[in-house]
Design a protein around this ligand. Sequence first.
Ligand SMILES: [Mg+2]
Length: 271
Amino acid sequence: MAGWAKHLAGIKGVVLDISGVLYDSGGEGGGVPIPGSIEAVKKIKTSGLKLRFCTNETQATREKFVEKLQRLGFDIAVNEVTAPAPAACLILKERNLRPHLLVHDDVIPEFADVDKANPNCVVVGDAADNFSYKNLNETFRVLIGLENPVLISLGKGRYYKETDGLKLDVGVYMKALEYACDIQAEVVGKPAKMFFQSALREMGVEPHQAIMIGDDIVNDVGGAQQCGMKALQVRTGKYRPCDEQHPKVKADGYVDNLAEAVDVILKQLCE
Ligand SMILES: [Mg+2]
């Protein structure tokens, strides 16, 4: 039994990151499942533990993203997923914000009901090929021209891993806009505390009763711990061995993959 497992007493809910934990994205079919993950999700669902998926994915609408995961074989539904774009739409409406969008084409439908005329804020997501100089500069001009520049960033990841290698994530471009305009972005998505809290609320579980499993030492593990949750890092996806010596974040445990994490958690529940 892994040493960290003894800290699992009272765990009632599991929060799963998706990319790098369930599957690696990229390639023709949109990605490949990480071995053992499809079964691991099924095991959590039959265990009686509450389950929530918590992703920073913003290259597709939540519906399309879930469809892809279902096609790959995962037992997952749209109403089980906490994602940045729907959360950002709530904030925009609450604060009467009209965004200029610098996002991936495939996530634009998520903002269909949001007024985008005469923008009074900027929303930046993982825009991938839309992060051209032209688009970044246009976004910069909108932002610096605002009386009160509001920059909302859908996550702040540095990089993620696709099947053909590491890719720059939204955080890099968020930082560029922050630097250019001398402002601080508001992050919607991991590691923001509010984002984890909304996932926990959906599960009806208190932070100390929940465990996060992710491949990002800062945004998944660090963010969840800041919120009062336990957190494991998987050695899949963007994991690098140096993560285990991270100067600021120490996971409650490190596991080879989701399958191992779930086996240890379930074994502990039976003790
Ligand atoms: Mg991930």
